[in-house]
Design a protein around this ligand. Structure first.
Ligand code: UDP
Length: 372
């Protein structure tokens, strides 16, 4: 006998949980399934057994947004630990602010060169502006072009080759534009109005989102195993869109990473929460988690990320790969998806979009609002 549900949600990540919370808030029953054994999808965090430090199992997640609606929405489920993220990259053995800013200039160049470049940058683009690396590389002034080429080679080339297995030129410009050159001295990684992590972690926030008697959560439950056994009025699918259609048009590529956690017997191991390694090393970045919630321990936990292609059964999908040929392939799936009745695709994997957390929440809110 088939089980009947009103709303079936596939994927208990941030997108699926937002949809579940919204449907339940308007009085509808929801069954949410996930093949993993924990809630939260890739925002899942947990306290490290030895040190008690809250670590992010699938890599660093720092919430940032200018979207008041999303901020207010998530604030129903958590209080926040305000946390302005700061990232450094190790360039020629020196730690340099990322986004590369006016102080970075002075770190890597002699005073005269740095002053000349600073003057040109500010006159050309204005003070405190975000300049995409592509724009700087094509500037009309030769000194600015030189700087663009320098930052491209020192900050982007090696990191992007490791992260994506291809060059920035092969990816959509939007990928590099996430990390601009900054013509000011603000050394924060993001410039959004709201920047924080949930004060008791993402998993606690996730549990609150799902804490409604109308929501049933079934973990360790693969949609492929229950497909056909559960009938639904509506399906909200935040899994991989190509998998839903049995890879009919071929596989969409996704990036993943092996994240290696190391406990170190010292109070702090690095100068700040995240160091990027565009040069040398096989990992892209190291993250020291005790900075996130300002947790205390005489030890510390640092993660090292080794990017990999996604491979089923080996790792999880972290990122879609934004580039024209993948978008073209995705369009075939999107057309198939649009032709279905009462089945809605969303989330990073369902939409094949490199959403930030706030964008994923906004997308799920808008989706549910539009479904009567
Ligand atoms: N990037 C880079 N060097 C850096 C930081 C970022 O080349 O030091 C590039 C790289 O291609 C990366 C992209 O910019 O994938 C976006 O970086 P972001 O920090 O937004 O990546 P995420 O945190 O989403 O992995």
């Amino acid at each position: 006998m088939t089980e009947k549900v009103k709303n079936l949600i596939v994927g208990c990540g941030l997108s699926g949980m937002t949809a579940a919370a919204e449907l339940a808030a308007r009085g509808e029953r929801v069954l949410i399934v996930d093949r993993r054994e924990h809630i939260g999808g890739n925002i899942f965090d947990a306290r490290d057994g030895q040190t008690g430090i809250t670590v992010h199992r699938y890599g660093p997640h720092v919430f940032h947004t200018n979207d008041e609606k999303v901020w207010n929405y998530l604030s129903r489920f958590t209080d926040w630990h305000y946390f302005m993220y700061r990232v450094k990259a190790l360039i020629d053995g020196r730690e340099v602010n990322i986004p590369f800013n006016l102080d970075s200039l002075h770190r890597v160049f002699g005073r005269k060169t740095a002053e000349t470049l600073e003057e040109k940058l500010v006159c050309r683009f204005g003070f405190n502006r975000r300049v995409p690396i592509g724009e700087l590389k094509n500037a009309d002034d030769a000194d600015l072009r030189f700087l663009g080429q320098y930052v491209y080679e020192k900050v982007f080339a090696g990191y992007t080759a490791k992260q994506w297995g291809m060059s920035l030129a092969e990816l959509d410009a939007s990928v590099g534009e996430r990390v601009p050159v900054y013509t000011g001295r603000d050394d924060r990684y993001f410039h959004d109005k709201y920047q924080a992590v949930p004060d008791r972690g993402y998993t606690a926030m996730s549990a609150r989102m799902l804490d409604n008697p109308l929501i049933e959560v079934r973990l360790a439950t693969d949609f492929r195993d229950v497909r056909g056994k559960i009938s639904y009025e509506r399906l909200f699918y935040s899994g991989a869109v190509d998998e839903y259609f049995d890879y009919e048009f071929g596989r969409l590529p996704y990036r993943s990473a092996e994240i290696v956690f190391v406990t170190r017997d010292c109070e702090y191991a690095q100068s700040g929460p995240q160091i990027n390694y565009p040069e040398n090393y096989d990992f892209t970045r190291s993250v020291e988690y005790k900075y996130y919630l300002d947790e205390r321990s005489d030890k510390t936990v640092v993660s090292y990320e080794y990017p990999q292609a996604f491979a089923e059964g080996k790792n999880e999908r972290f990122y879609p790969v934004p580039r024209a040929e993948n978008e073209a392939l995705y369009r075939h799936y999107a057309d198939r998806a649009a032709a279905l009745q009462n089945v809605y695709f969303f989330g990073r994997l369902g939409d094949y979009r490199y959403y930030n957390m706030d964008e994923a929440v906004r997308r799920a809110l808008d989706l549910i609002e539009g479904v009567k």
